[in-house]
Design a protein around this ligand. Sequence first.
Ligand code: MYA
Length: 212
Amino acid sequence: FFSKPRDFSLPNSSWGPEMMRLYEHYNSQCEAETEGGGKQKGPWRRIPSYNRSLKRKTSFFCVCFSGGVYLSKLIQSKARLFTRSIKEAGAAFEYVLFDNSDAQKCVGILQAGHLLEGPPGFVHGGAIATMIDTVTGAHAAVLSGPVMTANLNINYRSPIPLGSTVLLESSLDKTEGRKTFVSCQVTSSDGATLHTEATALFVSISVRKILD
Ligand SMILES: CCCCCCCCCCCCCC(=O)SCCNC(=O)CCNC(=O)[C@H](O)C(C)(C)COP(=O)(O)OP(=O)(O)OC[C@H]1O[C@@H](n2cnc3c(N)ncnc32)[C@H](O)[C@@H]1OP(=O)(O)O
């Protein structure tokens, strides 16, 4: 009945050498060695990623919606996280997010698959926007709890070749009451090419209000 959900942020056979190199770079900083040779938390934390959020939040929703009608409707729905809904490994969004709470930064490593084509040979602007929303949204959620994207401003500077691996770096600009402002840069994996720049505003929300 209860199979373990798949964590999509772990490497799979479609990940190329650049994706693996960047993954290892951040993943190796999720644990640090103590002076005594033991292990302790490092500066970065990998954020796990599942294709269904409600299934994993059953107990929370049970508490919120004790009536049960809404709960069963949601559980039986076929809802899937958009970026994790294409089954073929490597075909669309292959990505992993890491968060650094001290530096108030979050990075996403994306390998853009063949189904994300926009202009011939390059990644679709909407797919890039999706990934910016995903990285900055996860960052804002880590910083501020449940949030919705209120504003997303994007400047596309140079196209992203299909199949390439890029780095998305999100930084906190400021928080003001319910508002969390972040900026994001998308660069080539060696940092030499700036592909995209964005700013985003996330507004804290009550989850109950949204589902009602
Ligand atoms: C560990 C965590 C892991 C997480 C993994 C997750 C991965 C996946 C991540 C995927 C992530 C995907 C995420 C997605 O895709 S979220 C989906 C896309 N977003 C939406 O559909 C949101 C639609 N909009 C709304 O629902 C409401 O408008 C919201 C909730 C945003 C605010 O309505 P609400 O009634 O609650 O608040 P308010 O209107 O009193 O406004 C409050 C304040 O905000 C200011 N304001 C509002 N709008 C704007 C604006 N456009 N520009 C500038 N400012 C704006 C406003 O002036 C006010 O400021 P102040 O007067 O107080 O100073």
